[in-house]
Design a protein around this ligand. Structure first.
Ligand code: SF4
Length: 49
């Protein structure tokens, strides 16, 4: 897994502003054909408990 910098520190997988999940799933976000990063989203996000 390459290093993934992620600022979503409220995610349970986030460790020191990097993603520590073994893999992540990224999907389109309400778009049939993404043209900007805003039209993508990390599905692996899990809120901290
Ligand atoms: S799972 Fe997604 S949102 Fe959570 S730390 Fe990794 S890249 Fe960021």
């Amino acid at each position: 897994m390459p290093n993934i910098k992620c600022n979503v520190t409220e995610c349970d997988f986030n460790e020191s502003v990097e993603c520590a999940a073994p893999m992540i799933q990224v999907n389109r976000n309400h778009a049939n054909n993404a043209g900007t990063s805003d039209q993508t989203k990390c599905e692996t996000f899990k809120p901290k408990e």
